[in-house]
Design a protein around this ligand. Structure first.
Ligand code: SAM
Ligand code: SF4
Ligand code: SF4
Length: 348
């Protein structure tokens, strides 16, 4: 979980299976979030009117339609916002699981008490990725903007271990200025904790809902970007060493090297090869709009369109043509599926 490359590619970098089929699907059925993170603006979004949102039946009908396009075991990720705040979300997980999808979820862990952990276990959810940015409670809470979040994540890990034993649990940590001194101790902690199945690192990128992609975001969000570039690079060298020594870090080594290059020179990391995510990964937002690349136009809406037809539509084809020509310095590609397509890009 957590690396789209694993869902999209064979170990040698070639595309898995039938290249014309969808590779991955991410549903974000709510943008609501109870946290106030300093690196994400989703919580600032206005609340939608109830009539603007797809019903559970509309979501199910999309999931059922998608199943006809893909093979059993295809990965469907539930994200957001904080997706566990959405009424009926575990019905959707159960439905997707019964249809034969592999189901995964990204959560901040805040709501996972004993009762919810039991319901998660009952839904059959295969894996959950919990955000944890530091083993120091004060640092995690400060970045997440609410006191006590760290403690909730610890309880979520315990509750899931006890009441949802079949659901795998991983941690997702954003590398940013505030936690550079904490990353190695986080690895040590995760490696020695039998309840944690993996630890995935992301790099801090332009916050969600902060406008069009621009290099200037680092000026506005100065507190996120590592002030000490040399330190960021040497921490990544150490993470690479730990990964080689068999730690639970789940990023591929090339991926961690790309992170190093990003911190050394964030403007240089441009996707030169054809994008392996855009065009083949389906994302659906809280309003039901469907995208094949998060930075390009919608191709339809699950409330009125049938994904079985949309997938082969002219609109989808046009987006795929744009994807093939895309030269965006892509954050999505960097955090989710980085292919070492040209060594000159990551040499520092
Ligand atoms: C948008 S959140 C949704 C899931 C859930 N609310 C959470 O925080 O885990 C998905 C992932 O994006 C990460 N994220 C949020 N803002 C980010 C940023 N500016 N740069 C990199 N990752 C970010 C979160 O830490 C989380 O792991
Ligand atoms: S990163 Fe996750 S927890 Fe934080 S505000 Fe965004 S959606 Fe909420
Ligand atoms: S912006 Fe470009 S590189 Fe990024 S996912 Fe979309 S098509 Fe791919």
């Amino acid at each position: 979980m957590a690396d789209l490359c694993e869902a999209a590619l064979n170990k040698d970098g070639s595309i898995k299976g039938d290249a014309s089929k969808p590779r991955f699907c991410c549903l974000a059925p709510t943008d609501y979030c109870m946290l106030r993170c300093k690196m994400c603006n989703k919580w600032q979004e206005p609340s939608p009117k109830p009539e603007e949102l797809p019903s559970l039946d509309e979501w199910k009908s999309f999931i059922g339609g998608l199943r006809e396009l893909v093979d059993p075991g295809f990965e469907m990720d539930f994200g957001g916002g904080e997706v566990l705040s959405m009424p009926g979300i575990l019905d959707l997980v159960r439905f997707a699981k019964e249809k034969g999808f592999k189901t995964t979820m990204a959560s901040n862990g805040y709501l996972i008490n004993k009762e919810l952990a039991k319901k998660i276990g009952d839904s059959g959810l295969d894996a959950v990725s919990l955000s944890l940015d530091s083993p120091r409670p004060e640092v995690h809470d400060r970045m997440r903007g609410v006191e006590g979040v760290y403690q909730h994540v610890m309880q979520a890990i315990d509750n899931l271990t006890k009441y949802a034993p079949q659901t795998k649990k991983g941690l997702c940590c954003i590398i940013m200025n505030e936690n550079l001194d904490d990353l190695l101790s986080l690895v040590k902690w995760a490696d020695s904790n039998v309840k944690v199945d993996w630890l995935y690192f992301m790099v801090v990128v332009q916050p969600n809902y902060s406008g069009p992609l621009t290099d200037e975001w680092r000026d506005e969000y100065k507190y996120l970007w590592p002030k000490d570039k040399i330190k960021a690079i040497s921490v990544l060298d150490e993470l690479i060493r730990l990964r080689q020594d068999g730690s639970k870090i789940s990023n591929r080594i090339e991926h961690l090297r790309a992170y190093k290059a990003y911190f050394a020179n964030p403007q240089k990391l441009v996707n030169k090869a054809k994008c392996v995510i855009g065009g083949r990964a389906i994302s659906v937002n809280a309003y039901g709009f469907i995208q094949l690349c998060l930075f390009k136009d919608f191709i339809g809406n699950i409330r009125k369109d049938d994904i079985r037809k949309l997938w082969y539509s002219r609109d989808a084809e046009l987006i795929r043509e744009k994807v093939d020509q895309c030269k965006t310095n892509c954050h999505l590609l960097l955090n989710c599926c980085y292919i070492e397509d040209d060594p000159s890009l990551y040499a520092i």
